[in-house]
Design a protein around this ligand. Structure first.
Ligand code: DGL
Length: 278
């Protein structure tokens, strides 16, 4: 996998919060970021359908030469990570799971809020994370309806976005949470708003830096990670969307400052999906 690009995918712009951390951790690497904006949001969809999308996107990224795949989406990880590892046994994958473990280790009140999509909460991955790591800590969950759409639109500080977050966080804060887990990769873009609502006594956990370190661990020993100067990654990020290319370029720049070449891909033309329900 020497010099192969790292493939990163999400339903939309959420995985850019992970891409940002990856570029910081691995400045000499090149990246192909895939946003399935024809299908965003994934959260309310059946897990089997998200699994079929994830398989097709992985095939596409491997076809583009990717040597490592980062599933920068909690929903796709919940739906497909296990299956992807089975179908593509030669490919290393990094996936997401809600950061219940560090939250349970650090909470003092023993009460933790978890924000994620409905599909993530339904998946076996979340149940297993809770079983293994919650350790008696009380979890308060919310699916933040409408929040992914706001972030897709680049609306990270509008009154509507604030209203959605007030609604999600208010009841948890009333229960005495001191930690919030961001179990959807879209949500780190509204951390400033979340912190305004929670105040300074609540810790907000963005898993992106830990995911980037995990990607580095997988690559270490397999390629020379220090070969290129920091900043080089900026020139080496290609973005692909199944939605509108100019729009992704615009929102990506607004959310992360990343300016990348964006091209379009079409379902049924560039990618084939096995799901009968698409
Ligand atoms: N960013 C995604 C996640 O981490 C998906 C959000 C969505 O499409 O509903 O779950």
């Amino acid at each position: 996998m020497e010099n192969t690009p790292i493939g990163v995918f999400d339903s939309g712009v959420g995985g850019l919060s992970v891409l940002r951390a990856l570029r910081h951790e691995l400045p000499g690497e090149s990246f192909i970021y895939f946003a399935d904006q024809a299908h965003v949001p994934y959260g309310p969809r059946p897990l089997e359908q998200v699994c079929a999308f994830s398989e097709a996107i992985t095939r596409y990224l491997l076809g583009q030469g990717a040597g490592l795949i980062v599933v920068a989406c909690n929903t796709a990880s919940a739906a497909a990570l296990h299956r992807l590892r089975e179908i593509f046994p030669q490919t290393p994958f990094v996936g997401m799971e809600p950061a219940v473990k560090p939250a349970a280790e650090h909470t003092r009140s023993g009460r933790v809020g978890v924000l994620a999509t409905p599909a993530t909460f339904q998946g076996a991955l979340y149940a297993s994370v809770v079983e293994r790591f919650a350790n008696g800590v009380q979890l308060f969950q919310n699916t933040c309806p409408g929040l992914v759409a706001q972030i897709e639109a680049g609306e990270i500080e509008s009154p509507r976005t604030r209203e959605i977050l007030d609604h999600a966080l208010g009841p948890m804060l009333a229960e005495g949470i001191d930690t919030v887990v961001l179990g959807c990769t879209h949500y780190p873009f509204v951390i400033p708003l979340i912190e305004q609502i929670t105040g300074p006594g609540v810790r907000v956990i963005d898993p992106a830096p830990a995911i980037a370190r995990q990607a580095r661990r997988l690559l270490e020993g397999k390629r020379d990670l220090e070969a290129d100067a920091p900043g080089e990654a900026a020139k080496r990020t290609q973005m692909i969307t199944t939605g509108a290319a100019e729009r992704l370029a615009e929102v990506a720049k607004k959310l992360t400052g990343i300016e990348a070449n964006v091209k379009g891909a079409k379902w049924g033309v560039d990618l084939a999906c096995q799901s009968p329900s698409v």
